[in-house]
Design a protein around this ligand. Structure first.
Ligand code: F6R
Length: 240
């Protein structure tokens, strides 16, 4: 795993945007795997800057997001659909038909997950998958447990995740208890993985990523089996 340790959040955001930009410049029809949450917001801002400066063209880019709460409507300002529009899609020249996010209001969530996984497979490999990391080591919404899922599936969120994400909602009881998420296998199929981590609260999970053990109790440790992972983090996440 290649590791880049940054001094500030801004530095993380710029380094991450550079990684994405170089892929799009080399391959205008690139497929990006995208994440939500607070960590990638600065990276999206940098990508918008690059688009506005004429450095990047998103017209042929395809995106697949990692996950979405369930149930949630696209208009809910806490949905990941809304997040992506507000933080990236509304500000760049991406074609709406090329953006993909699991449908949090699907009447049959299992069928929705199967459809999503199939669409990713038919599209061909994701060129770069952006990941944040949960304090409990989750990636996407693959939560710690006795086993992990390989493909896109519906999952219960853990207490720790509901608690961590309550900051975005009016109250903790408003946080959806389930999510639709790519599986660990879906994530590991990406050609390259870009993992971003910021702040001391991520130190424990990042430490587990840097030793030589793999455990389903810390899902991010499965990334050790992937040959092309770049970790971009700050000193607090890295050193504690
Ligand atoms: C978001 C996602 C989650 C977040 C993780 C970290 O699409 O899949 O795994 O990346 O919960 O969230 P933040 O960045 O808010 O700390």
């Amino acid at each position: 795993m290649k590791t880049v340790i940054c001094k500030t959040y801004e530095e993380i955001s710029k380094a991450a945007a550079e990684e994405i930009a170089s892929i799009i410049k080399e391959k205008p029809k690139a497929t990006l795997g995208l994440a939500t949450g607070s960590t990638p917001v600065g990276m999206y801002r940098e990508l918008i800057n690059k688009y506005e400066n004429g450095e990047l063209d998103f017209s042929e880019v395809t995106t697949f997001n990692l996950d979405e709460y369930y149930p949630i409507s696209k208009d809910n300002d806490q949905s990941y659909d809304y997040f992506m529009r507000k933080n990236l899609f509304d500000h760049i020249n991406i074609s709406q038909g090329k953006t993909n996010i699991p449908n949090g209001s699907a009447s049959d969530p299992i069928a929705e997950c199967e459809k999503y996984e199939k669409k990713i497979e038919e599209n061909g490999a994701v060129d770069i998958q952006v990941l944040g990391i949960g304090q409990n080591g989750h990636i996407g919404f693959n939560e710690p447990g006795d086993y992990l899922h390989t493909v896109t599936h519906i999952t219960d969120l853990t207490e720790s995740t509901i608690n961590a994400n309550a900051r975005f909602f009016e109250s903790e009881s408003d946080v959806p208890k389930k999510a639709l998420t790519m599986g660990i296998g879906t994530i590991l199929k990406a050609k390259k993985i870009l993992l971003l981590a910021n702040g001391r609260s991520k130190h424990e999970a990042i430490s587990a990523l840097l030793d030589d053990k793999i455990t389903t109790a810390i899902p991010a440790t499965l990334l050790k089996t992937h040959p092309n992972v770049i970790l971009i983090c700050d000193e607090e996440a890295y050193y504690g």
